[in-house]
Structures are given as C-alpha cells and as structure tokens.
Write a protein of this length. Structure first.
Length: 231
C-alpha cells in the first residue's frame, strides 16, 4: 500500500493508498497517532478509497506542550485538514475515534460526507465533564471560582472548556453514520449514544462486553469485522 508523509499547515499527516477520487478523513483519539490508521486504511484502500490521517495536538510527532489538545486547537486543526481534503478529493467520508469524533462533530458539520464511522465516540462533552465533576466532588461554583482543577486521573477540569461545550452543543449532523460502542464504556453512557442515534441518521453496533478502549482479542476482532462491514 502506497503511503505518503506530508505536512499540512505544520500538522504531520499521512495519505494512504493509490490515487483515488474519494477519501476517508481519519481522526484518532487520545493516546493514539496518525500511524494507528494502518488497519483501517488497508481495508478502506482495498475498496477504492484513500485515507488521510494526522496527529492531533500533543500526539505523535507533535510535542509542543504549549499547543494543547483542547477543543479550540482540535477544531482549528481539523478545519485545516478539512480544507486540504475538500480541495484534493471529490468525495469525502469520515472516521472518528473517541475525542476525535467529538472534534469532528464540531469541525465537519458543514461538510457533505458520503459516510461517517464513529468508534467509541465522545458525543456529549458537556455531560462527560459534568460526570467527571461528580466523580471528584467538584461543584460548578468551585470550578468557576478556581477556573482549573487537576483530577486524580490526570485530566484537568476547566471552567472555560466547560462553558464552551455548554454553549456549543451538537445540533446538526447530516452524515449517514455508523457507530460501534462498548456497553461497558465508562466515558459515554449508553443513553447518550442511543439518544444521538435517534436524533440523527445513525446505525449502532453494541459490543456487550466492550469497553471504551478496545484492547482484548475479542474486542479487536469485533472492531475489524465492523470495519469490513461498514467501510
């Protein structure tokens, strides 16, 4: 499989596959990188697509600690990748994982996608942050007063981030979307997933023993089979 490395507005990226008129924009999640698109790309490229993957801030080759992997930088980067993809390919589809799916909902809501695949997506960041506040007994008043509170799991609670997501809820998503989700996902409740699917054009595959991160042989087999079915 042909793989080309490039830089798009200082964002390290890879284009997988031979020249084609259609592409999947691959947006990875936390603790991942652009190279992790390999298995997905092998399947997509065998079906006539190219795939473009790239490193989110603070991931892969991007080690500038001053450029955080937050909603503002994430959406800004996705917008730059979007502009590149719209100029280069005629038809566009999307793959988003976890946090990458959330950024995609904000950055790509105005793009006519052929198809969208979401793997363990974060679909309601407001609810996730509110849940984290409950886990660590942080009230809205306390967060507003302190602005930022470090949690024991290494995540920073931010009043600025929380107010942004409250004021920028996902209201539009037109793409035909397929979602795979582990029933034991500790970041997104099943009712959130099902509510999103009922509001928008989605099909849902639930892996009953699955977690947010698919790591076991059974989970990874289910993910690959979903790729084969959905791409």
């Amino acid at each position: 499989m042909l793989i080309k490395k490039l830089t798009i507005d200082n964002i390290p990226a890879m284009v997988w596959g031979d020249d084609a008129d259609k592409v999947y924009i691959y947006v990875h999640g936390k603790m991942s990188r652009k190279e992790d698109a390999q298995e997905f790309s092998e399947i997509a490229c065998s079906r006539g697509y190219q795939v473009i993957s790239f490193d989110l801030p603070e991931h892969g080759e991007r080690n500038d600690p001053s450029y955080k992997c937050d909603v503002w930088n994430g959406v800004s980067d996705l917008s730059r990748i979007k502009n590149y993809a719209l100029a280069r390919w005629d038809r566009h589809s999307l793959f988003g994982c976890s946090l990458g799916a959330y950024f995609s909902l904000l950055a790509f809501d105005d793009v006519a996608m052929d198809k969208c695949l979401f793997y363990s997506p974060i679909l309601d960041m407001e609810r996730l942050i509110a849940n984290m506040m409950k886990w660590f007994n942080v009230s809205e008043a306390e967060l507003e007063e302190k602005q930022e509170i470090q949690t024991p799991i290494g995540e920073m609670l931010s009043w600025k981030y929380y107010t942004y997501v409250k004021n920028n809820r996902v209201k539009r998503w037109d793409a035909l979307t397929h979602i795979i989700y582990g029933a034991n996902d500790n970041l997104t409740e099943r009712e959130t997933i099902e509510g999103f699917c009922s509001r928008f054009r989605c099909t849902l595959t639930v892996i009953e023993e699955g977690n947010h991160f698919f790591t076991t042989p059974s989970e990874l087999d289910s993910l690959r089979n979903w790729y084969l079915k959905s791409v």
